[in-house]
Design a protein around this ligand. Structure first.
Ligand code: FAD
Ligand code: SF4
Length: 291
């Protein structure tokens, strides 16, 4: 087991891509999340998964419990605004009656899953029913209105015409159905980030059974950390069955060095913000005025 101060604990890190052509057509990167959940469902490792599906407005996610391959495919692709996955955790075990729940989500949502398992206040049925948690890397997220402003005002595209959004290589990328590609420097998008992200101290979903993101791997591939026994069992079986193609992370560019650099930048910067926030406002107000 490797324990890195910025990348968390993991047993293996590889660059990987799904071998399922249909999943890859609309996957964000290497289709790792959807393929893993489809595989886990077909193998009986999970009996459903909480994923970010389509909401009421274009590119607004809404979490739902996917119980088939078809459902899981509907959640492919990254939506750069908040999908409250954890709101369905209890629901998945109660209303949907799942005994083996799969969960997808960003780093803070993986933390919430583990908290629900450790301190199951109002989550009585949940702890022993989390069967597979697949976390996403996450530098930042945006409120819906902010994402709308970025795409419509800064990139000049209507949200309903957008095929894919991506943050990478120092830019925010907007791809439209008609083939336009607009890039914005991240200095334009920074001010729209949700403030809570500025005190977030995890970049690579340290608490997932498996975590994945695009950074570190070539386009169309994903960087994958295998972190727990649960993660290792499902991953090694899937790889042995040819569900994924993999390359050692040391053999790809830009590799783990870039993942570590970005994780360090995020965490070091946000630690400073945490320290700064301790010195203003709320803490003082909470101090007993009579002492
Ligand atoms: P797919 O097979 O396409 O499946 C996508 C999965 O993501 C779905 O199961 C869906 O449930 C889930 N999902 C989509 N949107 C959301 C959402 N808003 N909240 C919760 N779950 C969601 N990767 C990096 O390398 N660096 C980053 O800085 C980075 N930042 C990210 C910020 C956000 C807000 C999100 C949601 C993702 C970010 N990622 C980042 C992860 C990356 O964009 C891909 O989601 C990841 O590589 C998985 O790709 P895939 O092809 O395996 O997933
Ligand atoms: Fe959650 Fe952190 Fe991503 Fe913000 S940066 S959405 S707090 S994981």
């Amino acid at each position: 087991m490797i324990a890195d101060p910025y990348l968390g604990k993991y047993t293996t890190c590889v660059s990987a891509r799904s071998t399922d052509k249909e999943i890859l057509q609309k996957a964000q990167d290497g289709g790792i999340v959807t393929t893993l959940m489809v595989y886990a469902l077909e193998q009986g490792i999970i009996d459903g998964a909480i994923v970010a599906g389509k909401g009421d407005r274009p590119w607004q996610p809404r979490p739902f419990v996917a119980m088939s391959r078809e459902d899981l495919l509907k959640a492919r692709g990254t939506k750069y605004n908040i999908s409250p996955q954890i709101s369905l955790l209890k629901e998945a075990t109660r209303s949907f009656g799942l005994d083996k729940v799969g969960v997808t989500g960003v780093c803070c949502q993986m933390q919430a899953v583990r908290k629900a398992q450790l301190y199951p206040i109002n989550m009585r049925d949940v702890p022993d029913k989390i069967a597979l948690a697949v976390g996403l890397f996450c530098m930042e997220n945006f409120p819906y209105k902010s994402m709308q402003t970025i795409v419509e005002d800064h990139a000049g595209q209507s949200l309903s015409s957008v095929k894919k959004m991506e943050i990478g290589k120092g830019k925010f990328w907007v791809y439209t159905e008609r083939g336009n590609v607009v890039t914005l420097p991240l200095k334009v998008t920074h001010k729209y980030e949700q403030p809570g992200c500025h005190v977030c101290l995890d970049y690579v979903s340290n608490l997932g059974d498996i975590s994945t993101g695009s950074v570190g791997s070539p386009d169309g591939w994903s960087t994958v950390f295998i972190r727990t026994k649960v993660g290792n069992d499902v991953w090694s079986k899937a790889v042995a069955e040819g569900i994924f193609e993999t390359k050692p992370i040391e053999e790809v560019k830009p590799g783990l060095e870039l993942v570590t650099k970005l994780a360090k930048e995020k965490i070091d910067k946000n630690r400073k913000t945490v320290e700064e926030r301790k010195t203003f406002g709320i803490n003082k107000a909470l101090q007993n005025p009579y002492t």
